[in-house]
Ligand binder design. Structure first.
Ligand code: ZN
Length: 245
């Protein structure tokens, strides 16, 4: 095998146009999901479409590259490339969908809290931390979960299950913990999370990422400092882990 054919790798107009078209439609789907009132089912379909079209150009160019590297005739043959790339993009998009869709359901079941006490508490400590007050959402889930999400405007999500099992002081500990995360993210991830949000609902996954243990410690530390005791941070953790088994 020679590498002679490999040198012939070019981004020709066919591939470039296909890639551009694919990404454009992917972005259109994303804008549609964000801005139009579709049924949840339609939105899920659009998320799959978005992901598949997002993967397609990358698979296309990788396949072309591989064909060239292996001196196969599919190199620069647009029809052959598409027929090889499409199934791969479908598989990748579907796999990514499995990861993204649950996050989407959580996200779409959110509603604003009307709890004035929580709002006032978050407002007070947002200004103390010198961050813009995040939106507070209640997620309709029995599982006790809380997370923060930094986007154009940051938000804290707390599940109904969490509010059910925690006392007022414990909920405040959780809120202080999440506020610290928003503070951390606003300084470190400002640009990257903005980019991710613009590019893909894959960014929904970002909030499920485990924060580093140092960030976790700092978040707990802040709650402990404000409350002047580790009692509520610890009892909240105990209750959550007990329910989660
Ligand atoms: Zn945390």
């Amino acid at each position: 095998m020679t590498v002679g054919c490999f040198v012939g790798f070019v981004v020709d107009i066919d591939k470039a146009a296909l890639a551009f078209l694919s990404l454009s439609v992917a972005m259109f789907f994303l804008i549609a999901i964000k801005n139009f009132k579709f049924s949840t089912k339609t939105k899920v379909g659009l998320i799959y479409g978005h992901l598949i079209l997002l993967f397609f150009p990358f698979v296309l160019f990788t396949t072309d590259f591989a064909c060239g590297a292996m001196c196969m005739s599919c190199q620069n043959n647009t029809i052959a490339l598409v027929s090889y790339s499409l199934p791969t993009a479908l598989v990748l998009g579907t796999i990514a969908g499995f990861a993204v869709i649950p996050a989407f359901y959580t996200f779409s079941s959110r509603r604003h809290t009307r709890n004035k006490e929580i709002m006032a508490f978050v407002r007070k400590y947002s200004s103390l931390l010198n961050i813009r007050m995040p939106k507070i959402y209640i997620v309709d889930k029995a599982k006790p979960i809380a997370f923060s999400f930094k986007s154009f405007r940051s938000a804290i999500f707390v599940s109904v299950g969490m509010l059910d099992i925690l006392s007022k002081k414990e909920i405040q500990a959780v809120l202080l913990h999440e506020l610290t995360h928003i503070k951390q993210k606003s300084s470190v991830l400002k640009f990257s999370s903005f980019l991710m949000n613009v590019l893909s609902p894959l960014s929904l996954l970002a909030r499920f990422h485990h924060d580093t243990s140092r960030e976790e410690n700092d978040a707990d530390e802040f709650a402990i400092r404000v409350q002047r005791t580790s009692k509520y941070v610890n009892s909240a953790k105990r209750k959550i882990s007990k329910v989660q088994g």
